[in-house]
Design a protein around this ligand. Structure first.
Ligand SMILES: [Fe+2]
Ligand SMILES: [Fe+2]
Length: 293
């Protein structure tokens, strides 16, 4: 499918009108620790802000708690900007999926978040790529799959048939039917919303990092984060670090595939960081999924 044809469909996507501005602001707040939570709050319309707070409250305090988060600034202070950014950046896609989608919502959120966290840690630890861009790109890397399911449904059914009956991988089937994959579709959407190219390139090439002319490291890292997330142990309750390492041994070969031989010390740091961030995100992931199911 031609890029113009894709864009024509994407323009019809009806997200909350303030979302692209909010997204850009989340990115600038993540990129710039000096910018304030108040700036982020200002970009959200009241209905979006209240939805974000509803999810944050349910995730962190449950529905029966007396404690509540009352404003976006308050939410950042209590749960941190990163977990909050996970809620914000997924908001329109959760509503697009509306409980039904190419895969279940909980799995989708977990997969995207684990990819984002791992990509960021790999980028920071090995000092390659842009850790902020790969974090945001990791969160958004598969949004094209939701768009495909929702707005290109006829093609989606043909693609699913090829996967089911002809043994194609999903990306091969997408290429066959659309002449592009969900990475490209997701990236077109992000570009339409003026999201920086360092992010959209990572999304576009997460299944074909070798094709990235620019931001190739970001694409390679998100590819690794995606592979890690696919095999990550989702049952982990993050109570024992040694178990986490044992159950997620596939992280090291993925890093090596990037061309790095991590020292033992770096390996340990990778695992420690991924473990800590995943543990921190856990309440949010669990609650977000349950909310949607
Ligand atoms: Fe993907
Ligand atoms: Fe993925």
């Amino acid at each position: 499918m031609e890029r113009n044809e894709i864009l024509k469909v994407l323009r019809k996507i009806d997200v909350l009108p303030t979302f692209p501005a909010v997204m850009a602001e989340v990115i600038s707040v993540i990129n710039d620790p000096m910018s304030s939570a108040a700036d982020l709050a200002k970009t959200m319309d009241p209905s979006m802000a209240s939805e974000v707070l509803r999810v944050a409250n349910t995730a962190y305090f449950g529905t029966r708690s007396f404690r509540t988060i009352t404003s976006i600034e308050h939410a950042i202070a209590i749960i941190g900007l990163r977990p909050l950014s996970q809620i914000i950046l997924h908001m329109p896609f959760l509503s697009m999926m509306n409980g039904v989608g190419p895969q279940d919502t909980k799995k989708f959120i977990r997969h995207s978040t684990i990819c984002a966290i791992t990509s960021q840690v790999v980028s920071q630890t090995l000092r390659i790529g842009d850790p902020h861009a790969v974090y945001i790109g990791g969160l958004m890397h598969d949004i094209g799959a939701i768009v495909l399911y929702r707005y290109f449904h006829t093609q989606w059914q043909v693609i699913s048939g090829l996967v089911r009956e002809n043994g194609y991988t999903r990306v091969q089937a997408e290429e066959e039917v659309l002449k592009c994959d969900h990475g490209m579709i997701g990236a077109c959407l992000l570009e339409m919303w003026n999201i920086p190219q360092s992010v959209s390139d990572g999304v576009m090439y997460h299944h074909s990092p070798g094709n990235a002319a620019e931001n190739a490291w970001n694409a390679k890292i998100i590819d690794a984060g995606n592979r890690f997330a696919k095999q990550a142990d989702l049952s982990d309750r993050f109570t024992n670090f040694d178990d986490f390492v044992r159950n997620n041994k596939h992280l090291v070969p993925l890093v090596e595939k990037l061309g790095f031989e991590a020292s033992l010390c770096e390996e340990l740091r990778l695992y420690e960081e991924v473990y800590a961030l995943m543990k921190n995100a856990r309440p949010l992931l669990t609650a977000t999924g349950e909310e949607q199911e």
